[in-house]
Write a protein that binds this ligand. Structure first.
Ligand SMILES: [Zn+2]
Length: 367
């Protein structure tokens, strides 16, 4: 009798331990959730772009070793990247070094953009000095100017005030770009969700949870509307300067509004780096939009990882359904291809960039 009772207690304990173990295994956070799609549809990864392309938005900060550069050229050839635009050329001696190391070995495969340092804004003559430095950088091989997002967000003048993107003290720089015939690729602001409250309605809640420093709370930052409207005002102030608005001006989730900016400013172009997940969730509207604005859009990627380019090709070239983006935190949804017509694809991949970039060898591109 006593032996049987012990047996029952022992069995109950075993069952309880098993239940706890099962519960523990099911304990999962939203960050770990990674459902595998059960949908079976036709479609394939695209490892090589249909036409040669120019990546207008990339960064290569370090001086490459010759063998690394050779490896990179091999990768670029394999995916049909004809030209990589390195936006991190800096200025002065560093720019010369950048031009030497990339264009020295492969003159027609790289384009280097110069950068402007906003330290010293507020000192008399800053604008003229910066413009003169830029002119020297262009003489030394720079083919454009890249502006980082610190302008308008964190860059301060000599009295400690935020420098608005349309600050008149910077005008000589933009004017000079127009005179020199070089484009300005300008990154302003961040996705709107970073400025919104980090609550359960925020579409990038997961990203902000994983990377809290990306948040731009109202206590410490100007509003998204203010930051972006300063950029739009800059475009209007300098109609003779060509601007390439990075990341679709953070309006890829509102293409009609972006179209309005392009309609109002014929000197403005835009590029798709880091926003393709937005396009892949609205393939029909985005396709119509690309056809309408086919002369104003450029291919850009921002980070150099060959496997990620495959997803870009698939979005623009295919009509595949429900395929993943490579960063869950950007997009918990899946995407659909835009299946762009060849003529639009050619403009997007290289023709528009060739029109904007001075001195690129056109022989490697089809008509
Ligand atoms: Zn960038």
């Amino acid at each position: 009798m006593k032996k049987n009772a012990l047996k029952i207690i022992f069995a109950a304990v075993i069952v309880w331990i098993a239940q706890v173990a099962i519960l523990y295994a099911q304990e999962m956070t939203i960050e770990n959730y990674e459902p595998k799609s059960t949908l079976v549809v036709p479609g394939n990864e695209i490892k090589r772009a249909k036409f040669p392309f120019i990546d207008i938005h990339n960064h290569r900060r370090r001086t490459p070793k010759p063998e690394d550069l050779e490896k990179m050229i091999g990768e670029m050839d394999a995916m049909n990247m004809r030209v990589l635009v390195n936006l991190s050329g800096r200025s002065g001696e560093a720019l010369k070094q950048s031009v030497r190391s990339f264009k020295g070995a492969y003159p027609d495969r790289f384009v280097i953009f110069a950068n402007v340092n906003f330290r010293g804004v507020g000192e008399p003559g800053w604008g003229e000095k910066a413009a003169a430095q830029l002119e020297a950088d262009v003489r030394n091989g720079a083919q454009g100017l890249k502006i980082y997002k610190n302008l308008g967000l964190t860059a301060k003048d000599t009295s400690g005030e935020r420098i608005p993107t349309d600050d008149p003290r910077l005008d000589p720089v933009w004017k000079k770009c127009g005179e020199l015939g070089i484009p300005v690729l300008i990154h302003t602001g961040e996705p709107r969700s970073f400025f919104d409250p980090h609550d359960k309605y925020n579409e990038r809640w997961l990203e902000l949870k994983m990377f809290p420093r990306r948040a731009r709370p109202a206590e410490r930052f100007p509003s998204w509307e203010k930051v972006m409207s300063e950029q739009h005002n800059l475009f209007k102030k300098h109609p003779n300067t060509k601007f390439i608005q990075a990341h679709f001006g953070w309006m890829a989730n509102d293409l009609a509004s972006l179209g309005k900016i392009l309609d109002e400013n014929p000197n403005v172009y835009t590029e798709v780096a880091a926003i393709v997940a937005e396009l892949g969730r609205q393939p029909r509207f985005a396709r119509e939009w690309f056809i309408k604005y086919q002369d104003r859009v450029l291919f850009g990627k921002d980070t150099y990882r060959p496997s990620e380019y495959f997803t870009y090709f698939r979005i623009f070239e295919s009509s595949d359904e429900y395929f993943p983006y490579f960063r869950k935190r950007h997009a918990f949804w899946r995407m659909y291809g835009l299946n762009l017509p060849d003529e639009v694809l050619k403009k997007f991949y290289y023709k528009n960039a060739l029109k904007l970039l001075p001195g690129v060898d056109k022989s490697g591109f089809p008509d």
